[in-house]
Structure formats: C-alpha cells, structure tokens
Design a protein around this ligand. Structure first.
Ligand code: GRF
Length: 203
C-alpha cells in the first residue's frame, strides 16, 4: 500500500512509520511526506530518507477551501492508498475529505471521545484523570470525531507534567500507529456504522 504522511512537527510518528516500512513484509511504503509549514523536523526526516516532500501553506491561499483543494491535489499526485495524519495540526475540510475520506488515519494523544482538540494532554491533566492514552482513528468532518480504529491506555502519574505525560503517550502511540497502518495495509478493513474492524470481512 502507498502511504502519504502529513506532518506539522517533530515527526517521530513519521520516523516510526519509515522504520517499519523498511521491512518489505510490513506491506506499506511511504511515497511522499507533506506539511502545512516549512522547516519542520518531520520534513527533514523525510528528506533524509530520500522521499519527495511538499508544503502547502494556508497563508498562500485565498481561503481555507482553496487550501483544501491544493492539499488534495498535492497528495493525489502520489496516488496514495492511505493517508496518515501524524501530528498534522490542521483540520481537513470537505475539499480534501470528498476525495480521500474514509482512508485518512489520524493519531490523537487521548482516549477519544475524551479530550479532543489540540491540547489533549494538557486537558487530561487538568481534568485529573488517572488514565488517558492514545487513539488511532479515521478522520471525518469533525475535530477528532471519526470512527475509532484502535486505542491504548496510558496511566497518569502523580509527578507528570504535560511534557512527561505526552512523551509516555507518544511511545505507545508510535507502536499503535505502526501496528494499525500495517494491518490496514495488509488485511484491509471493514466498517459497520461507526465500528471499524481491521480486516476485510467481505473479501
Ligand atoms: C502526537 O502526539 C500526535 O498525536 C499529536 O502531536 C504529536 C505529534 O508528534 N497530534 P510527532 O510530530 O509525530 O513527533
């Protein structure tokens, strides 16, 4: 399966995917990496791996709808089977979802539907939960509302701050994302209402 990965930041999830794809048995390969801003460490990782990269910036577009279409064109040029939003900090609108909806995987550092949005780790700490975690899900038109594919819990420790907790979540998140993307790529998937099974039940 061909993967296009979208990043905005450090790209440690991207790196985990690149490392997993080095094994041909994994069943997927990253064909391009895109970002919404220049100079991200994620793009540097892609360049180091010799992969094509592209940047589609919102300020270069007259409207968000035009940005969506531009991003869709850039991604579409690589004919991906799956798109992975790995720390991509932009909301994808209908211009993008109309073309790729149902095969965009996102990773989120909380157990959705708890703590959606850009400050999931901070919000979980502020609430005082004892367990949080990470969710890998398909993207729909809402903010972190799409069908859940897999989740894993991470306990909150008394001395945690946002950085320490996020770091522990990210360790679990990388493992979960690699596992999910590999299984989707190798075995396909089935969706019934909002329930996703990581196996094609009808093939
Ligand atoms: C991850 O925790 C992701 O869930 C969140 O931002 C982080 C990105 O990390 N949205 P990285 O850029 O892959 O290192």
């Amino acid at each position: 399966a061909r993967l296009v990965v979208l990043v905005s930041g450090a790209g440690t999830n991207l790196q985990a995917l690149l490392d997993a794809c080095a094994d041909p048995a994994y069943g997927a390969r990253v064909v391009a990496v895109g970002a919404d801003r220049d100079g991200t460490v994620g793009l540097e990782r892609a360049e180091r791996a010799g992969l094509p990269t592209f940047v589609v910036r919102t300020p270069d577009h007259a409207s968000r709808a035009e940005w969506d279409l531009s991003l869709a064109r850039a991604v579409g040029a690589y004919e991906p089977d799956l798109i992975v939003s790995a720390g991509f900090m932009k909301i994808l609108g209908s211009g993008f979802l109309d073309r790729f909806g149902g095969r965009i995987v996102n990773t989120h550092p909380a157990l959705l539907p708890a703590f959606p949005g850009a400050h999931a780790v901070r919000d979980a700490l502020a609430y005082g939960v004892k367990v949080t975690g990470c969710t890998v899900h398909f993207i729909d038109e809402g903010v972190d509302t799409g069908p859940v594919i897999a989740q894993e819990p991470v306990p909150v420790r008394w001395h945690d701050d946002e950085t320490s907790l996020h770091e522990r979540i990210k360790q679990v998140e990388r493992r979960l994302l690699i596992d999910v993307v590999g299984r989707l790529a190798r075995d396909g998937w089935t969706t019934r209402d909002r329930r996703v099974s990581m196996k094609c039940q009808t093939c």
